[in-house]
Write a protein that binds this ligand. Structure first.
Ligand SMILES: CSCCC(=O)C(=O)COP(=O)(O)O
Ligand code: MG
Length: 228
C-alpha cells in the first residue's frame, strides 16, 4: 500500500447546512455563557483569545471577539476549540448528530478495504471531528479513519505549509496524497505543497474550482484514487 486520502468535512463529506444551520447556531447561543461561567476547557480558550487580542483584554472583549469571529465564520483556533467543547455537550446529550452524504460511507469503506489510510483535515477541532464521525446518520464511521487534523495540529487550511506539515506527520509524500475539498483556496494550497487535489461540487453549490479536477461525489473517483 502507498498513498493516503485526506478529506475536508463541511461542503465535501457533509452538507454545508448541517454545519451552518445546526452546529453553528447551537454554539452561538452558548458561547457567552460558556466563557463567563468558566466551563471546563474554556480557560485555555480565553487565554488563546487574549493571545490574539492582547493579554489585557477583559472578559467582555474576549466574549465580543468570539461572537464576532463566529459571525464572520472566522477559523481562529480558540473559537474552533470552544465550538468543539460546546458541541461535545450537545452530542453527548443526543441533541446533535453528524451528517454525511450517502456516498461517503461506501467510499471510506472502500479505501479502508484497499489499505489506503483516510485522514480528516477540517477547521473544526479534532474533538468536534471525532464526535461528528462517531455519531452520523450512517452510524459510527470512526473505524474507517486513520486520524484527524485541524488548525491546531495541522495549521490554517489555506497555507501550503500546513499541507507539508501534514504530509510529514502521516509519513506520505505529497504526490501520493489525494486531497478532496469544496474550497478552491484549500485545493490551491494543497497543490502548492505537491499534493493531488480534487474539488467536490455538491448539489446547490457553484464554486469555481479553477484548474482542479472536480467530482460530484466520492463514488465518481472510482479506482482513480489508487494513489490509493
Ligand atoms: C464537524 S466539524 C465542524 C465543522 C466546522 O466547524 C468548520 O469550520 C468546517 O470547516 P471545514 O474545514 O470542514 O470546511
Ligand atoms: Mg469545506
Amino acid at each position: 500500500m502507498s498513498g493516503a486520502v485526506v478529506l475536508d468535512i463541511e461542503g465535501t463529506v457533509s452538507p454545508l447546512s448541517a454545519v451552518h444551520d445546526v452546529l453553528f447556531p447551537y454554539a452561538r447561543e452558548r458561547i457567552e455563557s460558556w466563557v463567563r461561567e468558566d466551563r471546563p476547557g474554556t480557560p485555555a480558550v480565553t487565554a488563546g483569545v487574549r493571545g490574539m487580542l492582547g493579554e489585557r483584554a477583559g472578559l467582555d472583549q474576549v466574549v465580543a471577539a468570539l461572537l464576532d469571529w463566529h459571525d464572520e465564520n472566522a477559523k481562529h483556533s480558540p473559537l474552533k476549540t470552544l465550538h468543539g467543547l460546546i458541541w461535545e455537550q450537545g452530542f453527548l446529550a443526543g441533541e446533535l448528530a453528524g451528517q454525511v452524504y450517502p456516498d461517503v460511507p461506501p467510499a471510506l469503506a472502500g479505501w479502508r478495504r484497499r489499505g489506503t489510510p483516510c485522514w480528516i483535515y477540517s477547521s473544526g477541532s479534532v474533538l468536534a471531528q471525532r464526535l461528528w464521525f462517531s455519531r452520523t446518520d450512517h452510524g459510527d464511521l470512526t473505524g474507517h479513519l486513520a486520524g484527524h487534523f485541524d488548525t491546531v495540529n495541522g495549521g490554517p487550511k489555506r497555507e501550503p505549509a500546513s499541507y507539508r506539515r501534514i504530509a510529514a506527520e502521516i509519513g506520505t509524500p505529497g504526490a501520493d496524497i489525494l486531497f478532496l475539498s469544496d474550497s478552491r483556496a484549500e485545493l490551491d494550497a494543497a497543490r502548492a505543497a505537491g499534493w493531488r487535489a480534487v474539488g467536490v461540487r455538491r448539489p446547490g453549490t457553484t464554486a469555481d474550482f479553477g484548474p482542479h479536477p472536480v467530482v460530484a461525489d466520492l463514488g465518481a473517483l472510482g479506482t482513480a484514487t489508487e494513489v490509493a
